[in-house]
Design a binder for this molecule. Structure first.
Ligand code: AMP
Ligand code: GLY
Length: 423
């Protein structure tokens, strides 16, 4: 089989690595890919938003299955373009990817189908949003409706901050049209858990749980980033939590999408908060998480291509997902200054130490090849993942492995997985 993966980050490197384990697969392409992905796939210089070029490439090269990693092309309708060409593709159509593409849509869906989430109102008029805030309880959360690189969420402690937030999102348009509509929602407290699932339109199968660290600095300080590290499983995701979510969140979401005439096939990533009133949905994503994928897929025992195909074919009920009874931790090695200003182009040393080291992985996010050497080429440079018998061991292994790698301006958080100690 020939497989094409669309995307270029650490998540796509992890997907490509996992696809490469499948005995069914002879050839993997990745568009546009990155220098690390090049080790397991042939990278093709077509952008993730160039749908027609990607579909033409898939046709010309007799690709058997295309897997979309990123949110933008999914929300933009890449799956519809591929399907119209008769190509097999894993991911939700545009009318289902809206689950991630519009927060107003997803909130209305949850309300209509009684799926637990924070109380909220949607606004497309800044004037009305500002009036509503006058009597609202603080802190409060403002969310740009559309995709904003995970940065369109503002947590406001005072009325002044909230008003400034409305101005930023709706009037100054910091996130462009993503802020034409905003969701204003109740502030919740509790532990956050990410749960990834495979969905075939009817059936949903949960992978394992994980937790992300979104802030740039230790102690959850600093700016929001794409994710500075993850661990899996979450010790807070207990059997009781799972039973509750299976009953009130996971299948109800899939059934709701079907009932709305928007059957969802692909990955649903549930961003959950475990509140005192039970688990509630913070957000939905319509794709694998980054860097959740870098801790979830190394623990997965199934041939992932079988699972992708079962989702496409609607036969997921015949698949039993199987995960190793261990743990994994991923620590992101970033360029100092990320997510603001940082420099690129520094040589990276030590990557070869990961070759043939069972249970240790280095997934590339922002690297490129220059003069036959890997150099830094982004804010998030590498994700170093290690497995261990339990979370503490995995964390110790992952941090030890971060020392194998050297590059100028290397930056990491030192407390990835610290929450484990409180479990
Ligand atoms: P989202 O992109 O919707 O997951 O929001 C990004 C982050 O903002 C989440 O991971 C939470 O840490 C925080 N957040 C979002 N919604 C709320 C809420 N209603 N209450 C408290 N924190 C929130
Ligand atoms: N790690 C969060 C995300 O992928 O959205």
């Amino acid at each position: 089989m020939k497989v094409l993966i669309v995307g270029s980050g650490g998540r796509e490197h992890a997907i490509a690595w996992k696809v490469a384990q499948s005995p069914k697969v002879d050839k993997i392409y990745c568009a546009p890919g990155n220098a690390g992905i090049e080790q397991v796939a042939e990278c093709v210089p077509i952008g993730a938003m160039e749908f027609d070029k990607l579909a033409a490439f898939a046709k010309d090269n007799a690709i058997d299955l295309t897997v979309i990693g990123m949110d933008d092309p999914l929300v933009g309708g890449i799956v519809d373009v591929f399907e119209a060409e008769g190509l097999r593709v894993f991911g939700p159509r545009k009318n289902a990817a809206i689950l991630e593409g519009s927060k107003a849509f997803s909130k209305d869906l949850m309300k209509k189908y009684n799926i637990p989430t924070a109380a909220y109102e949607n606004f497309s008029s800044a004037q009305e949003a500002l009036e509503y805030l006058e009597t609202a309880k603080m802190p409060i959360v403002l969310k740009a409706d559309g995709l904003a690189l995970g940065k369109g969420v503002l947590i406001c402690n005072t009325l002044e901050e909230a008003k400034a937030g409305v101005k930023e999102l709706m009037l100054d348009k910091h996130f462009g049209n993503a802020g034409n509509t905003i969701v204003i929602e109740e502030f919740m407290t509790g532990r956050e858990v990410s749960v990834l699932s495979f969905v075939d339109g009817d059936t949903i199968k949960i992978m394992t749980s994980a937790q992300d660290h979104k802030r740039a600095k230790d102690g959850d300080q600093g700016l929001n980033t794409g994710g500075m590290g993850t661990f899996s499983p979450s010790p807070f995701y207990t059997k009781e939590v799972d039973e509750f979510c299976q009953k009130y969140i996971y299948q109800p979401t899939v059934d709701a999408m079907k009932a709305e005439g928007r059957p969802f096939k692909g990955i649903i990533f549930f961003g959950l908060m475990l509140t005192a009133d039970g688990p509630k949905v913070l957000e939905y994503n319509a794709r694998f998480g980054d860097p959740e994928t870098q801790v979830v897929l190394p623990r997965m025992k199934n041939d992932i291509v079988d699972v992708f195909e079962a989702c496409v074919d609607g036969t997921l009920d015949q698949i039993e997902l199987d995960f190793e009874d261990n743990a994994a931790v991923c620590v992101v090695l970033a360029s100092d200054g990320y997510p603001e200003h940082y420099e690129k182009g520094y040589p990276i040393e030590g990557l070869e130490r990961f070759e043939n080291q069972d249970g240790y992985y280095v997934f590339h996010a922002g690297t490129k090849k220059a003069d036959n050497m890997f150099v830094t080429n982004g804010g998030r440079v590498l994700g170093v993942t290690a497995k261990g018998a339990d979370l503490k061991q995995a964390r110790a292994n992952a941090y030890a492995a971060t020392e194998w790698i050297q590059f100028a301006n290397k930056y990491k958080r030192n407390d990835i997985g610290k929450a484990i100690d409180e479990a």
